[in-house]
Design a protein around this ligand. Structure first.
Ligand code: ZN
Length: 367
């Protein structure tokens, strides 16, 4: 079955704000929630479809990819893609949507379906253009809360292990069970029975871990990758996620323009007039390029496929070389004499033809 457009699924326009997207999803999640539609596979499909749409449209990186490339833009990519969601994923999303109490509790629990999740860890990762261009494997040192070895838990007697204290309230949807977080166990449902001396009251210790992550080629400044389950652990729940925020290092000789890299080449006017062979750096190492005799300043040369890998596919951008003709700023007596001799030479008078496009025309041609 062909996938429906995510905006259509949520019934919002492409220009909808994050808040509007959230509201639309919340409405559908309530409408199609399995607890309200028992044994209704159609409702379950709608519920999952909405959750998947929200998962993508609420994540700026995924949304941008979806806006540009549609469903195809979300496949694969080393585990960072969209893909199907299982019920556990969906319910773990609800902490965000419905606030503290969670959504499961809104409907009276839903038979232990609600899974507690540890907090997310966020790290910044600085990458240079070369790493961004081809993708790179990085090792990141993180300090995570993990359940201490040897710690044992027992059910919290205040909430009988549910983590919530319930009461019946009247709402717009009829009589509902409202729940608030148990103050004794902090919502964990369990309290520490025995623990090693170095563990905190929740039975957690801080552990430094080195985590290896494959960064796909083509990531950009501010993009966020997530590794599920590599965040903080929580007793009786699933661990949070490790969020990796990409930063582009501003060093080096290249400038990034989308998936292309731009390099400024300076040549002398003698090289420009006579032609030459010069070495230029690329992301993959140095290459020799030919400067034609009569090259004008501002000429753009293109090295195909020497740019940055596309995050969604297998293509690669180009390296654009902007040729700048360098005018000498000081001259010796002899140099001056030679140039004075050429001053009135017919060939040295500027005579731009039609093929000498303006800078702006060239930019249009190249991007
Ligand atoms: Zn409790």
């Amino acid at each position: 079955m062909a996938k429906r457009d995510y905006y259509e699924v949520l019934g919002v326009s492409k220009s909808a704000s994050a808040d509007e997207i959230k509201k639309a999803y919340r409405k559908l999640a309530i409408q199609y929630h399995p607890d309200k539609n028992p044994d209704n596979p159609e409702a379950e499909d709608k519920f999952k479809e909405a959750a998947e749409a929200y998962e993508v449209l609420s994540n700026p990186e995924k949304k941008a990819r979806y806006d540009q490339y549609g469903h195809q833009g979300l496949g694969g990519n080393g585990g960072f893609g969209g893909g199907g969601m299982n019920m556990e994923d969906i319910f773990s999303q609800f902490g965000d949507i419905f606030g503290g109490g969670g959504f499961g509790s809104f409907f009276g629990g839903g038979g232990g379906r609600r899974t507690k999740k540890g907090t997310n860890l966020r790290v910044k990762l600085k990458l240079n253009l070369q790493e961004i261009a081809n993708g790179v494997e990085k090792k990141i040192k993180v300090k995570r809360h993990v359940v201490a070895p040897g710690v044992t838990f027992k059910n919290c007697s205040a909430c009988q292990g549910s983590g919530q204290v319930k009461k019946v309230v009247n709402t717009m949807l009829g009589q509902m069970v409202s729940a608030s977080t148990c103050t004794v166990c902090g919502g964990a449902g369990q309290i520490v029975d025995k623990k090693p001396a170095d563990a905190d009251s929740r039975g957690l210790v801080i552990k430094e871990e080195v985590i290896s992550i494959n960064i796909p080629g083509g990531v950009g400044e501010g993009m966020q990758l997530s590794m599920s389950g590599k965040g903080n652990e929580i007793p009786g729940g699933i661990p949070g996620d490790l969020l990796i925020v990409i930063e582009e290092a501003e060093e080096g000789v290249f400038q990034r323009e989308g998936n292309n890299v731009i390099y400024d080449l300076h040549i002398s006017f003698i090289q420009a007039a006579l032609g030459d062979s010069v070495e230029v750096p690329t992301i993959d190492g140095k290459v020799k390029i030919k400067i034609d005799p009569g090259t004008q300043s501002g000429k753009m040369l293109r090295l195909k496929g020497k740019g940055i890998k596309d995050i969604n596919g297998y293509s690669r951008g180009d390296q654009l070389i902007m040729v700048n003709v360098w005018t000498p700023t000081q001259l010796s007596r002899e140099e001056r004499a030679i140039l004075e001799g050429l001053k009135n030479s017919e060939n040295f008078k500027p005579d731009p033809g039609k093929q000498d496009k303006s800078f702006f025309d060239k930019m249009k041609e190249f991007f």
